[in-house]
Write a protein that binds this ligand. Structure first.
Ligand SMILES: Cc1ncc(C[n+]2csc(CCOP(=O)(O)OP(=O)(O)O)c2C)c(N)n1
Length: 367
């Protein structure tokens, strides 16, 4: 990896040249298979949640398909004590952090075991995994991550705050305020922009006049790296190197992962209205899961039979978890009032009473 001040480095491990052997990359079979397994798990779960939304069981879902490598590769390079500030789309990050599939389904299906008790659009957050719940407003997690990192620095803790965000978020003040603050106080924070080419219908060419997102770091006196975000190995190696340096007191860094959202923005979106099928097909050829499979087969890490067995195993695992989650009762509607105030305010008590009356009236009407 080239670490140049004032320029972004282009990294393609699996580019046109001969793909390097795992040994040349310093990676063993175990870590390569782990990356692949987590990407496959993310893909299969993502497809299941999408189908559950279409069945009317999930309220709203932001698809991950196409961005698995950028998410899994970077998150696998983190330490458990590092704190992650994701967006609503980072299913691959949650999975790589070790969040069980069952909890992700409880969250999306709002079952009785939903860790966030039905609050908010289906995003995950949990202290056990050092994941801060993703906000719905775009980019507000960025300054929070910087503040968290500053606290680590003041306390002398060797931990990172890592924030994920999209290309669209880089047009918001929060991004500029966060990265500017980080450039002055230099806390241990890493900014990861998942440049999936679109912010809903706005293409990245209408988002910024700059040639890259990575180069925005330069204006703040920081390093920016532009990485092939559909190459899980490149994402992992760059993240490992960057995280290690920042953890050891190096300056904050911006990583731009160049990738593509193969699915819709959310289940409320119709991407056919703003991008061509031809464009999607071009990116399908760079599908990160297919690329990793091709690499592992070419290098003899896995064979066709082993690959089929892995997909079947993961399909069976996710399908069993989906069945279990669907069989669970839903949340008590009243939990929506919990966990906001330690003691409900008088206005909230009034609303709870009104809500109970309404539920009773609905019950009577049903009977
Ligand atoms: C402050 C704010 N403005 C607008 C929206 C509506 N909105 C939701 S997601 C989104 C696009 C975000 O795009 P990007 O940051 O590129 O991330 P992506 O969804 O592509 O992963 C917008 C405009 C919002 N949630 N918050």
């Amino acid at each position: 990896m080239e670490r140049t001040r004032g320029w972004c480095a282009f990294i393609t491990v699996l580019g046109k040249r001969r793909p390097p052997d795992p040994e040349e990359l310093g990676l063993d079979r175990e870590i390569l298979l782990r990356m692949y397994r987590l990407m496959v798990l993310t893909r299969v779960l993502d497809r299941y949640i999408l189908r559950l939304q279409r069945m009317g069981r999930v309220a709203l879902y932001a698809e991950t398909m196409g961005e698995e490598a950028a998410m899994v590769g970077s998150a696998l390079a983190l330490q458990p004590e590092d704190v992650v500030f994701p967006t609503y789309r980072e299913l691959g990050v949650y999975i790589a952090r070790g969040v069980p599939v069952s909890e992700l389904l409880d969250r999306n299906l709002y079952t009785v075991d939903d860790p966030l008790k039905g609050h908010e659009f289906a995003v995950f957050g949990d202290r056990r995994f050092n994941i801060v719940p993703a906000p719905t407003p775009v980019s507000t997690q960025i300054p929070l991550a910087v503040g968290y990192a500053l606290a680590f620095k003041i306390r002398g803790e060797k931990r990172l705050a890592v924030t994920y965000f999209g290309d669209g978020a880089t047009s918001k003040g929060d991004f500029h305020e966060g990265i500017n603050f980080a450039s002055v106080y230099k806390p241990p924070v890493v900014f990861i922009c998942l440049n999936n080419q679109y912010a809903i219908s706005t293409p990245v060419s209408r988002q910024t006049g700059a040639a890259t997102i990575a180069q925005k770091a330069i204006a703040y006196g920081l390093n920016g790296f532009r990485v092939d975000g559909n190459d899980v190995i490149a994402m992992y190696l760059v993240s490992m190197s960057v995280f290690e340096k920042v953890r050891d007191g190096g300056d904050p860094v911006l990583i731009e992962a160049v990738t593509y959202r193969l699915g819709a923005h959310t289940t409320s979106d119709d991407p056919k209205r703003y991008r061509s099928e031809e464009e999607v097909q071009q990116w399908m050829k760079r599908d990160p899961v297919d690329r990793m499979r091709a690499y592992l087969i070419a290098k003899g890490v896995i064979d066709e039979e082993g690959d089929n067995a892995l997909w079947s195993e993961i399909e069976a695992l996710v399908s069993a978890e989906v069945e279990r989650a669907l069989a669970k009762p839903g949340l008590d509607p009243e939990v929506i009032f919990e966990d906001v105030y330690a003691e409900p305010t008088p206005q909230l008590r009034e609303q709870i009473d009104e809500f109970r009356q309404q539920l009773r009236a609905e019950k009577v009407m049903r009977e």
